[in-house]
Design a protein around this ligand. Sequence first.
Ligand code: IDP
Ligand code: CA
Length: 506
Amino acid sequence: MTEAQEGVKQKNPWHRPVILLIAFLMVIGIVALVAIAVVQNKQLPQKLKYGIVLDAGSSHTALYIYQWPAEKQNDTGKVQQLEACKVEGPGISSYSKEVTKAGLALNQCLDKAKEIIPEHQHTETPLYLGATAGMRLLRLQDEQQSQRLLNSVEKFIRLYPFNFQGARIIRGQEEGGYGWITINYLLGNFLKDSGWITQLSGGKDTETFGALDLGGASTQITFVPEGDVEPEESTLYFRLYGTSYTVYTHSFLCYGKDQALKLLLAQRKESVSGTITSPCFNKEYTRNLNVTAFYNTPCILGLPNTTQDIIKVIGEGNAEECRKHVRALFSSTDYTLTSCPFNCVYQPQVQGEFVAFSAFYFVMNFLNLTGKEPLKQMKDTIDNFCARSWNEVKDNFPKTRVKYLSEYCFSANYILILLTEGYNFTSDNLNKIQFMRKIKGNDAGWTLGYMLNLTNMIPAELPSPRSLTHTSYVTLMVIFSLFLLILLLLTLLNSRGLLCRAQKGI
Ligand SMILES: O=c1[nH]cnc2c1ncn2[C@@H]1O[C@H](COP(=O)(O)OP(=O)(O)O)[C@@H](O)[C@H]1O
Ligand SMILES: [Ca+2]
């Protein structure tokens, strides 16, 4: 050993352990980097799974195909809608007199599902059919007939190779609850970030959004209230991803927009000439109602007192008056199946954000009122639309279905009163409602939540994290890279220091 080297060793007695430590830390850093990259980028088998849900609504049936990666079925937001197929013709409850036709009508959409889903997966693909308020009403009218209809539909669906789980009429509470699950699942509200970092720091729970669903025969409101929920029949308890939710829900049968229109027109007194006037239709609009067919619903107790088979409805186009008629619906006990529907039904104060979908969206979207417009602007827009003559409206919207177009004046006023006087939204919190048809490419509705629940795809507890979120991945990579860089610099500085000292012969 030279004198200089001896000197370095004596003046820097710690240099060897420091270098050893730095080398050791560098090795750890490199191993960590490689481990993170391997975990994050490990090849996951790409098997996809499928599920089918048929939404047998009062006005029409729709078939939804969902798809998800087999290995990630318990993660939130992994299930995606692959296809929505609208079944031709009316809802299945309209086939009560010709039950075999209800199933036949489904064949186009079921054939489409056969084409879309790979053949070798047909038998493992679950298929559910849930019928809503149209069938609830038919069951009230004639329970046996509604069962015959469901049996006939089931028989037809069994001709297909899918793993059919049966056709049933879902309860109003389920319809509300599954709609709430769907929107919050799609918005990612059950779990903001399932990555390691978030979970290690306590896993933040996000506020859920309330769900407002307006169908043809019923409407549902579902949300997590601030205080306690009562009574029991309006309470849903969910444990999802490690969090417990107590949810208020109520479904108003007969208060979907099609049944509500029947209730509204049944209130009107017919004139001697067999006509009724209604402020809820545009001026110059006329419609002939076949009395037996139109009023054939258990929502109306008995047919209106009329001598005619056909009643002519004449529009007056007056939104202010229309709202008075709608208001009367909410307190009337004359015709409604559920007497005293809104004032007597317990509902906690609405709170938080809401998503309003189905007919809420269709109607408000038509009137360009989906941008959280203030109440006054909503009223003005609706008033102006109702005041337009039917001929002008028809000319302006030649592509819109006449059935929908003719009812937008009524539907919009109905929605306004339902929200403000039924559900008690005020001008201050009406802007908490987002009118949406789709969330991230998926239709907002009860079907996705129904399938997630029946296939046990929402775990009660938080699944153990398998890989990192992109943010966590990038953060860890940056931290370890910086760590390695610092070590590298330290090593360089250290060796330069040694060199200098060696050169200076210290
Ligand atoms: O484009 C549209 N414009 C207006 N209303 C629509 C449109 N598409 C569907 N609807 C309405 O949405 C409602 C859907 O109700 P659905 O058939 O789901 O009944 P349900 O949920 O009460 O069983 C019906 O009133 C239907 O007329
Ligand atoms: Ca519906």
